[in-house]
Ligand binder design. Structure first.
Ligand code: TGC
Ligand code: FAD
Length: 391
């Protein structure tokens, strides 16, 4: 890898490096040539899905017996890193499919649900979305007002609205989180597998986005949506279930943000070596060298955080609070690097043919979703003080 100042490669297994390199090739050959245009057009490049599935990138850390690649969490993280080096929207697509739709089916589903859905989702035949956030309940999902009411025959009727849902309009299935006891108790929250062609289900793309433009983001409305009794995820229970999914996705985002940062750093470095001003490459000026040194230092720190976190996850000993630290640090770091890289590119830096400004705008979403930077600050605050700022 070009940006590997601390020889992180030497801490990776042969298989991890091979996975990383194959995704890197895919991104260079198939994503880079089209992503700037997709971003300007505001279109998710759907044509990438079959190849992503073929490479095993959907639910890559879930077991082979369900049609998934069965990779370890470091290899999974490296996949997220390489995808987001291309664009946060491409990584988001894979994160949502794997960590937010396949994972809850794997963790909370019945054996029949797993056998029915997971192989089709790994192969890209079925795309899913994850509906937790509501128009009035973003950082505080425990307040959700989407309700599922059990009918006499054991089926369910769901009513509510979900907002900012990635993959929403292209999904064939939605994992929807709803309260089941008609009051405000978060302990009654359960997950439901809802086919998006069910009567009363609509998904409308949210227009006017200035960030994550190469990703579908939709509002879901569930108006008396009727689902059978076996649509419920039987092992889901309470807010803890969707929060467990978020832990999976946040882990991947910590790696993804590194990819965006590396993309920006490498673009700025290459530009600094070739752009001549005042008779020499701008990279020869101390001000620009300081920028590059700062970027590289933060990337190396982030790489070490994510790699160690991945090893802890593989050992089964990582905590959600450690994931919060990694997501918070790496996304903030990438956001700063993208802005600095864009500035180093001067006027060219505002053009879509360069990646830094696209990453900079995308990372504002990444900073906000999966727990805003502030929310992760408070999670860490609680971890170190024992005092809960949310009560
Ligand atoms: P709280 O009382 O703290 O927790 C309820 C129960 O859940 C447990 N828990 C967790 N378990 C696993 N992983 C985590 N990260 C967990 N966080 C908490 C907790 O121990 C408790 O368990 P139990 O057994 O006692 O019931 O809940 P709270 O209501 O006070 O909320 C805490 C808070 C604010 C941290 C939480 O609500 C939160 O994280 N809010 C942020 C919401 C968020 O991140 N939404 C993301 C939506 S999905 C998305 O953005 C997708 S973007 C697309 C992409 O990924 O690319
Ligand atoms: P709010 O919660 O209203 O926060 C507004 C501001 O207040 C933020 O700065 C926040 O940090 C701050 N704030 C909130 N509470 C506190 C507090 N206690 N103390 C201090 N400050 C606080 N959700 C899904 O369910 N599925 C998806 O697929 C999905 N995809 C997304 C894709 C995109 C592009 C975006 C932008 C969002 C997506 N989300 C998704 C929603 C995302 O998770 C929420 O936007 C996020 O959780 C924040 O919620 P909010 O937007 O309602 O902001």
């Amino acid at each position: 890898m070009a940006t590997d100042f601390f020889n992180i490669d030497s801490a990776l297994s042969e298989e991890e490096r091979a996975v990383r390199d194959s995704v890197r090739r895919f991104v260079d050959e198939s994503v880079m040539p089209i992503i700037g245009d997709a971003y300007v057009q505001g279109k998710f490049p759907k044509q990438l899905i079959p190849r992503m599935a073929e490479l095993g990138l959907l639910g890559a850390n879930l077991p082979e017996e369900y049609g998934c690649a069965g990779l370890n969490n470091v290899a999974y993280g490296l996949i997220m890193q390489e995808l987001e080096r291309g664009d946060s929207g491409i990584r988001s697509f894979a994160s949502v499919q794997g960590a937010l739709v396949m994972y809850p089916i794997y963790a909370f589903g019945s054996e029949e649900q797993k056998r029915h859905w997971l192989p089709k989702m790994a192969s890209g035949e079925i795309i899913g979305c994850f509906g937790l956030t509501e128009p009035d309940y973003g950082s505080n999902p425990s307040g959700m007002i989407t309700m599922a009411r059990e009918q006499k025959d054991g089926s369910w009727v769901i009513n509510g609205a979900k907002m900012w849902i990635t993959n929403g309009s292209q999904a064939k299935v939605a994992v929807v989180w709803a309260k089941t006891n008609g009051d405000a108790d978060q302990r009654s929250i359960r997950g439901f597998i809802v086919p998006t062609d069910a009567k009363g289900f609509t998904a409308k793309d949210q227009k006017g986005k200035l960030s994550l433009r190469a990703s579908d983001t939709s509002e879901l409305v569930l108006d008396d949506v009727h689902v059978p009794g076996d649509a419920i995820l039987p092992k889901s229970g309470g807010l803890k279930s969707p929060l467990m999914c978020l832990t999976q996705a946040r882990y991947g985002i910590s790696w993804g943000a590194l990819g965006a940062a590396i993309g920006c750093y490498e673009e700025a470095l290459s530009y600094a070596k070739t752009r001549v001003m005042f008779g020499r490459p701008i990279g020869g000026f101390q001000l620009q060298q300081a920028r590059l040194a700062d970027m590289l230092t933060e990337i190396v720190k982030g790489q070490l955080v994510s790699l160690h976190l991945g090893r802890l996850k593989d050992a089964g000993t990582f905590t959600p609070q450690q994931v919060s630290l990694a997501k918070r640090n790496n996304v903030n770091m990438a956001t700063n690097i993208a802005r600095e890289a864009r500035r180093m590119l001067g006027g060219n830096g505002i053009l879509a043919e360069y990646a830094s400004m696209r990453h900079m705008a995308n990372l504002e979403s990444v900073y906000t979703y999966e727990g805003t930077h502030d929310i992760h600050t408070l999670i860490l605050g609680q971890a170190v003080t024992g005092l809960n700022a949310f009560e």
